[in-house]
Design a protein around this ligand. Structure first.
Ligand code: MG
Length: 158
């Protein structure tokens, strides 16, 4: 098989007194995402898409939240290690498309910075598409209780 596809989804709760980190970029906002790591929901969705395409289970198997090693871990670093794992298994990341679902804040001003971070982790900026959607006020994302992200990726055999 020369081509693989993977899907990833994640969500985290918005709480006071936490930094909001999305795709490795700290975004000024009154709340941040709760989690064992830095709770970077976008990086987690991309990681799970890649792990899925590799047939390697899910993010919890590789970075268990019961392990203090991953407490406050930088998720963009975790992404980098998963991209290396893909290379070790003979795959490069061909394309990533992701959507972040959040009511606030506006993500558009930060997308270039996020793409730069993901490129540094090992996926070229011209192989990544990141977009943001509100949920039109509906559900937990619409009420601002949390942020969700979805990602798909394709891998090709090196
Ligand atoms: Mg997560």
């Amino acid at each position: 098989m020369t081509m693989r596809i993977g899907i990833g989804y994640d969500s985290h709760r918005l709480v006071p007194d936490r930094k909001l980190i999305l795709g490795g970029t700290e975004i000024p906002f009154e709340k941040g995402l709760a989690g064992h790591s830095d709770a970077d929901v976008l990086s987690h969705a991309i990681i799970d898409a890649i792990i899925g395409a590799l047939g390697e289970g899910d993010i919890g198997r590789h970075f268990p939240d019961t392990d203090s090693k991953w407490k406050d871990a930088s998720s963009i670093m975790l992404l980098e290690s998963i991209i290396k794992m893909a290379a070790n298994k003979g795959f490069s990341i061909e394309w990533v498309d992701a959507v972040v679902i959040l009511e606030k804040p506006k993500l558009l001003p930060h997308i270039a910075s996020i793409k730069t971070n993901i490129a540094r982790a090992g996926i070229p900026a011209d192989c990544i598409n990141i977009k943001a959607k509100t949920n039109e006020g509906m559900g937990f994302t619409g009420r601002g209780e949390g942020i969700a992200a979805q990602a798909v990726c394709t891998l090709k055999a090196i």
